[in-house]
Design a protein around this ligand. Structure first.
Ligand code: MLT
Length: 269
């Protein structure tokens, strides 16, 4: 489905019935990365998976910023007349989830922060993002996919699951150059979310793969320590894309958390 917002058309899936859960994808990916979650949870929850502008079926539309991505999600929820939802964001999707909490806190019933971080980029990451912009412009999305694959997938997945490697390569190769460059620019310009963490007053689950080399488990522990009442789950044998690499384990911890949110036993403040 497509939400026609002011300034951008945003594609999304809306599957299942129950309490709404919104899924926000990572960099150079799209909403199809959540297939195992939306399929697995749609029997109990309304699963809304959104393509950020420039990815999947959302056409690129400048300007690109993490705040703009967050406002797009709020716009999709407006169109669906969904007041509040649990927001699940992986990596770049987590940056968007922080922005949603800052800009639209009333829309957030709970947060699931997977393989993400609150801090801004160190200088070497900023440099790598600029190089990746050049790769996108000169080689195209396939070049970006080849650069990203090694970092985003854990060693176990790369050695044992060629099917997952191909799926991720396929999604990234379908991304648009403008979307990739726009997202890199958006991430370069994102604010430090560290001061936001202490303000989070909804149930929060932090998830990380123990083979994640982009946002290592220590980043997840830092989030958990700074977010009042949060839970932490480390998934063994998963890299940065823990939801794709260990879908059953990811769904198990997510389902348990969603159930706790619904029943009011998820902790937090
Ligand atoms: C992602 O998976 O979204 C990226 O690793 C985020 C980033 O590059 O900071």
């Amino acid at each position: 489905m497509i939400a026609r917002l002011e300034g951008a058309d945003i594609a999304y899936d809306d599957i299942g019935r129950g309490e709404p859960v919104v899924f926000l994808h990572g960099f150079a990916l799209d909403r199809t990365m959540w297939a195992a979650q939306t399929t697995g949870l749609a029997g109990h929850y309304r699963c809304i998976a959104v393509d950020a502008r420039g990815f999947g079926q959302s056409p690129p539309a400048a300007p690109f910023s993490i705040d703009r991505y967050a406002d797009d999600v709020a716009g999709v929820l407006d169109g669906l007349v969904v007041e509040r939802a649990v927001i699940v964001g992986l990596s770049m999707g987590g940056y968007v989830a922080f922005a949603l909490w800052r800009r639209h806190p009333g829309r957030v019933r709970g947060l699931v922060l997977a393989d993400t971080r609150a801090t801004v980029d160190p200088p070497d990451t900023r440099e790598r993002r600029r190089e990746l912009m050049d790769v996108a412009r000169t080689v195209g999305p396939r070049g970006v996919a080849e650069r990203q694959i090694v970092g985003v997938l854990g060693k176990t997945t790369r050695e044992r699951r060629p099917d997952i490697v191909e799926t991720v390569r396929g999604i990234m190769t379908r991304a648009s150059v403008d979307g990739i460059v726009g997202a890199l620019d958006a991430m370069l310009g994102r604010p430090d979310s560290t001061p936001t963490l202490a303000t989070i007053a909804v149930p929060t689950l932090v998830i990380a793969g123990d083979e994640d080399v982009i946002t290592p488990a220590k980043d997840a522990r830092a989030l958990h320590a700074a977010i009042p009442g949060s839970r932490l789950e480390i998934l063994a044998g998963a890299g940065h894309l823990s939801s794709i690499e260990r879908p059953a384990a990811f769904n198990a911890v997510l389902s348990e958390f969603l159930h706790a949110v619904e029943s009011g036993t998820a902790g937090s403040v």
